[in-house]
Write a protein that binds this ligand. Sequence first.
Ligand SMILES: Cc1ncc(COP(=O)(O)O)c(C=O)c1O
Length: 441
Amino acid sequence: MNRYLQSVERLQEAKNYVAGGVASSLRASMKPTPLYVQKAYGARILDVDHHEYIDYMLAYGPLILGHAHPAFNEQLYEAMQKGSTYGLQHEGEIRLGQRLTEILPCAEQVAFSGSGTEAVMLALRLARAYTGRTKTVRFYGHYHGWSDAIFTSFPSPDFSSSGNTEAAGSEIIQGTAGQSQNSLKDLILLPWNDPAALEETLTKHQHEISAVITEPVMCNSGCIAPKPGYMEKMRELTAKFGIVLIWDEVITGFRLGLGGAHERFGILPDLVTIGKAMAGGIPLSAVAGKRDIMRLIEEGTVMHLGTLNGNGLATAAGLAVIQELSKSDGQAFKDMEHTATLLTDGIRSILRTNGLQAVVNQQGPVFHLMFIDHSEVSDFDTFNLRDSQLYTRFAEEMLHEGILVRPNGLWYVSTAHGEKEVQETLTAVEKVAQRIAAHRS
Ligand SMILES: Cc1ncc(COP(=O)(O)O)c(C=O)c1O
């Protein structure tokens, strides 16, 4: 009897009505089948086959408070009693805007949207309009949403991003069929964590480049931290050449601390994009940054549109998340990091004991686990050498043991995860590691 029978049947039924059966293409890759959920609470999810899982996928990042957090839900319920959206202005927008400018060191003003993709679109437009230049520098292995002007496919593992940066820059692969080729012509693609490549390109194309956009930690490819001095160099060079520096904090915002990665690293980008954890699972994103750039919106030079922008439900969610995470001087971040460290220490030790070579890169409450024959992974080329098939198998086996992890290796921890979850998870890791090791010998 298939353990996931109900999910398999639901997917078949969904395919009659929903293109591909899932609501986001990424979700189709889950093995052995995309799961259908009955309900979720705290750190746990119950599927339609009545199996409970500890959830480390957390909806791809947003659920920083876990599922169905009582105080969060209460504030949403209260907000809904006053009407969920007006297409008019309201107090919630002002209060959330104010809190964000207090919390985010680089934020003098903010603009709200619904998704990370939209926030990135707006930030790139602001940069082009502000500088009067057209080109955008982005990096291999980073992800900035799926809009035409920024969505490139990650190169295949055998594609080297080192060496000739001009050649690498010309090798831009479309992220999807149907994408406008023309919009990608404005992109320059560079290896990340490579100050020489950055300096060479920015110096050479300084008069054409409007923005450098970067994830502050390469969360989408191995949770790789910037090398010491790299982000400082990026700040220095972009300031020197009048290029807008955009930190895409859609993952790191509200994860590496209330003030995101730029507070943690003590560097001020010109603009940041935030989303995901910002509203704990309700669609909300924002661009935040220098007034001098944001004023283009007020002047009407750059259009900022969206029917549901700043709706009452989203702003209430944002305020509720900030309220919870600000308690006891941000103790929640210390607790989440502690939980994540218990997990990563435990996982490393279990895998080592079972003869499985792996690297775990952790940044606060987020980490990437990969099977690889290296002692560390600090660049995209090395990351591409990982055994992703083995990880997919690991993720599937973990699911059988009641642990839900993303098939690509990125784990998120929420405030709802504690020592009980850690113990259960490590017990499952032990069982799965033993099975994999036995199968290999
Ligand atoms: C760094 C980063 N930027 C932007 C996005 C796009 O956000 P969304 O999926 O909300 O459009 C993502 C999504 O994973 C992301 O990781």
